[in-house]
Structure formats: C-alpha cells, structure tokens
Design a protein around this ligand. Sequence first.
Ligand code: FPP
Length: 261
Amino acid sequence: MNVIDEAKLREHFAHPPEDLSLDDIDLGRIPRHVSFIMDGNGRWAQERGYERAYGHVKGVDALREAITTAVRLGVDVLSAYAFSTENWRRPQQEVELLMGLFARTMLAELPLFHQEHVRLRFLGDLEAMPADTRAAFEEGLAETESYDRMTVALAVNYGSRAELTRAARLVAQEVAAGRLAPEDVDEEAVASRLYTAGLPDPELLVRTSGELRLSNYLLWQLAYSEFYVTDIYWPDFDKWEFLRAVRAFQRRDRRFGGVKA
Ligand code: FPP
C-alpha cells in the first residue's frame, strides 16, 4: 500500500500553472488504480519533424514522470498499455525499435523502481517477445518482487479478447479435470484467471491524444471505471496533466449502477 509523504508531494507539485492547485485535490480520495492508454507518440514526433521513434523515446520520459507522480499521490497501482496484440502489424522496423526500447528502458529504469519500492508486473503474453526483451522484463520482475508500495503493471503483447479467451480456456481445463464445478464458475473464477488477478480494477482510465476508443484494453476490468480523455499527446502528458485527470475524476459522481447515496 502506498502512503502519501506530504513533504515530497508538495515538493513534486511546487509552482503549479495558474488553473491548478494541489488544494483542489482531496488526498483522501485518490484513485487506487489509474490506467493509461499512452497514445500519440508517433503524431507528437511527426508534427515536430522528428522520426516516430523519437516520439516513443519521449513517451518513456512521460511514463517515468507518470510513475513518479503516482507514487507521490499515493496511487496503489499504475497500469499502462505499452504494446497490443495488434501492434505486431506495425512496420517491422518500428516493432523492432519498440522491443529494443522496452529492453533498454526496463534495465535503465530499475533504479527508480528500487528507490520508490515499486513492484513491476506485466499484463500479456511475454512468450512471444524477443529473448532479450523478455530477459530484461524477467529481471525487472525478479528484482522488484519484494516491493509493495505501488505496482506498475505494463500491458505488453496484451489484448483483452485474448486475455478473456485464455481465462475461459483455463476455466474449461479446470472443469474438464474435475477440479471446478460448472456452477462454481462465477465472476471471481474469471477475474482470478485474468492477467490482472489480485489487482483492484482501475478507478480511472486516462487516454491521451483524443481518441474515444478502448482499443481492446482491459474490457472486463474497466466495467465501472471513469474515463478521462485528453487531446494532449502522450509525450506531453506531465504531472500537471495527471493532476487535472485526478481533479476531473474527483468531480465525477460515481454510482456503480446504483442511485446517489
Ligand atoms: C502509442 O503511440 C505508444 C506506443 C505504441 C508505445 C508506448 C510505449 C512506451 C511509452 C514505453 C513503455 C516502456 C516499457 C518498458 C514497456 P502511437 O505510436 O500509437 O502514436 P500515434 O497514435 O500518434 O501513431
């Protein structure tokens, strides 16, 4: 569990832009799990005359800032969509570049995970990843497994339909083996076989670059989440944008299908 260090929080959010103040945020109602669809790296780069690759490099900087901000705000879980099962269809050069970037980033960012006691998890099928990327991810998992302040869950080679299909297959295998009765197949039986098993559902989903789509991301887990979409491209998503998203979340009236209390 992540406990807010108020001194570090105030230091992190010193000198806010005019429209924003930490005083607008109720520190007792920070979303436990914030999830990000990090969209717009390519467009950010192209609009500035750079190669798309540079957008992904800047995207890593934005992810690092989001992780630090989440730690400071007392978030328990930060998840982010880094690579979908559909992203293999991108030009081979871009796929290779992303895989190399993932491996290097993982190893380069490990000191941050150690410093802040952040545990790493992956959502998705890592078997299909290139050997060096997978090895870097496994090193990250092993080195951070004892930390419990905050969890960073990176969705890599992830697709929600593939995840739900896998869960259905696992349930079917248990039933066929006689270890699970069909009448005991309930929501918990499904949830515990998803990649997110044991994690709370996201309370807030942030999507950058203005697209109003879920793109096969956490379809089960986002059932009751609040959505926050910003036109900002992911490389420009900084701690102030994060604070704006939390402020918008806290202004919503969450009812979970019921009526207002
Ligand atoms: C979407 O932009 C972004 C991605 C496909 C990659 C995001 C990955 C990171 C920021 C690095 C994550 C790090 C690790 C270690 C897993 P886009 O290319 O879809 O942009 P566009 O919509 O403008 O084309």
